[in-house]
Design a protein around this ligand. Structure first.
Ligand code: NAP
Ligand code: MG
Length: 494
């Protein structure tokens, strides 16, 4: 990423448009922070509709006349493998940058970066497995379905897994033959800009991928409205997802939405007790709870409720909070001041709505940084706001249930449907729950493992469309019907 001398100590970045590093049209920049120190670590261009237009024009030219869709699938695959290789070679640097910028523990960032490389490799391989069909039409004809790239993809992503979300978007789009304009979250643009450094070297020609930085209103919204963008792939909040769907309707863009959740993590009395306690904490506190599939509603069978709550509370109080770059750290700061204030307000609301077992405030030992305590509320009513609204931080709502039917009823009583988990040693009970839960991902005796080979996405207000696996590439493909008449005579109608 080209940096030019800045006015402050922070690195000053440019954006990547049409194969060149450029300033934003307005020349304005905005600061990017280290959430563990609250210091500015970078200045990035504050892109607006003009920059969006430049980037989309470049992506459109790369698609229409630049030859990207005509490259062979083998060539696109090789490019993605080379990009994966760059990520692997630079994994330590990328993990450190990610960890500094979004506050996640370095060990988690290292897992994320490995997953980024795996994602590029997976779609590098899948590029050559996209196949059409021969349709069995009842005529002397050959009927084919061809799979073709959708065109220009506008991709808008959140800050919780910055480079991984970029990879989930870019890899399938490029494998399909689409060109891209990526807008990372305003809080965490640095690793995506770093990735763009390697685009030319791995063989992505000008305009095939463009990365612009900016805010949702001024850079995201014009991308959604732009008439030359054919598809919007969005990951973020349900509120913004609804705005995007409305705006995309103007030009009838294809849209896929990966939104939030309020996922139930269900513990039956017969679950392995120690594994269950661990699974409850991991489900809701990993990545500071800034996880779309966070198991933020912990449903516990009454028979074990008290013991379970005590066990969870005791362990939660020992979670090691610390600077993200320290290897022993299990929980870093939240990503931003805004998110810190949001989570703090839910901690205060929780004290009015339910009983507090652990945490409930700022982590006092840190003078600076957006640190909050891992927080557990119990005896939470499923109708309480802390059980209905996505907090996106380390705040758990523990809810007791009577029996299997009660657990399923509470689990499904939410506008969301992203994920769920069930813990039990009774396979029949666990599988009945799997079938009854309305969610896009259901884990049994685990929560959160995610694989590029398996589909990811939500039911209900958690969005629509699926990422990852073969489902992920489908989101970037159109289907063309081709009919070839094999009769050599005229139709003979008139
Ligand atoms: P967000 O506020 O919805 O923002 C997501 C992205 O959309 C950001 O790049 C944002 O820009 C942009 N944006 C905001 N308003 C826009 C508009 N009117 N038009 C176009 N773009 C706009 O979400 P967030 O706070 O970054 O991330 C947290 C949310 O993401 C949570 O709800 C979480 O559940 C969800 N999430 C879902 C998944 C999943 O796979 N289902 C994965 C991760 C996160 P700014 O940076 O300026 O806000
Ligand atoms: Mg936002």
């Amino acid at each position: 990423m080209r940096q030019v001398a800045g006015k402050s100590k922070a690195d000053r970045y440019q954006v990547y448009v049409d194969g060149k590093w450029v300033d934003g049209a307005s020349q304005k920049t905005f600061p990017v922070y280290d959430p563990s120190t609250e210091e500015v670590i970078a200045e990035v261009p504050d892109c607006d509709a003009k920059d969006v237009d430049r980037a989309v024009t470049a992506a459109s030219a790369a698609f229409e006349t630049g030859g990207w869709p005509q490259t062979t699938a083998q060539e696109r695959g090789r490019i993605l493998f080379r990009l994966a290789e760059k990520v692997r070679q630079n994994a330590a640097m990328l993990a450190e940058l990610e960890s500094r910028n979004c506050g996640k523990p370095i060990v988690e960032a290292e897992f994320d970066i490995a997953d980024v490389a795996t994602c590029f490799e997976y779609y590098g391989g899948l590029a050559t497995k996209v196949m059409g069909h021969v349709n069995p039409v009842p005529d002397n004809a050959l009927s084919l379905s061809l799979r073709e790239p959708m065109g220009v993809a506008g991709q808008i992503i959140p800050w919780n897994y910055p480079l991984l979300m970029a990879a989930w978007k870019l890899a399938p789009a490029l494998a399909a033959g689409c060109t891209c304009v990526l807008k990372p979250a305003e809080q965490t643009p640095l690793t995506a800009l770093q990735l763009a450094n390697w685009f030319e070297e791995v063989g992505l020609s000008h305009g095939v991928v463009n990365v612009i930085t900016g805010f949702g209103e001024s850079a995201g919204a014009p991308l959604v409205r732009h008439p030359k963008v054919n598809k919007i792939a969005f990951t973020g909040s349900a509120a913004v997802g609804k705005e995007i769907q409305k705006a995309a309707a103007e030009t009838l863009k294809r849209v896929s939405l990966e939104l939030g959740g309020k996922s139930p993590n269900i513990f039956f009395a017969d679950a392995d007790f120690e594994a269950a306690i661990d699974g409850a904490l991991f489900g809701v506190f990993i990545n500071q709870g800034e996880v779309c599939s966070a198991g933020s509603r912990i449903l516990v069978e009454k028979k074990i409720y008290k013991r379970f709550l005590d066990g969870m509370t005791e362990k939660a109080k020992k979670i090691k909070l610390g600077p993200p770059l320290e290897r022993e750290t299990k929980m870093g700061p939240l990503v931003s001041k805004e998110q810190y204030e949001r989570v703090r307000s839910y901690q205060e609301l929780g004290k009015k709505e339910a009983k507090l077992a652990a945490g409930g405030g700022r982590a006092a030992k840190f003078k600076n940084g957006y640190y909050v305590e891992p927080t557990i509320f119990y005896d939470v009513e499923n109708s309480a706001r802390i059980a209905r609204e996505e907090i996106f931080g380390p705040v758990a709502a523990v809810i007791p249930f009577e029996n299997e039917a009660d657990a399923i009823r509470i689990a499904n009583d939410t506008p969301y449907g992203l994920a769920a988990a069930v813990w039990s040693r009774d396979i029949f009970k666990a599988l009945r729950a799997v079938k009854a839960i309305r969610a896009g991902i259901v884990w049994v005796n685990h929560m959160q493992p995610t694989y590029v080979e398996a589909p990811w996405g939500g039911y209900k207000q958690s969005g629509f469309g699926r990422e990852l696996g073969p489902w992920g590439i489908e989101e970037y493909l159109e289907t063309k019907q081709v009919h070839i008449n094999l009769n050599e005579q005229p139709i003979g109608w008139y």
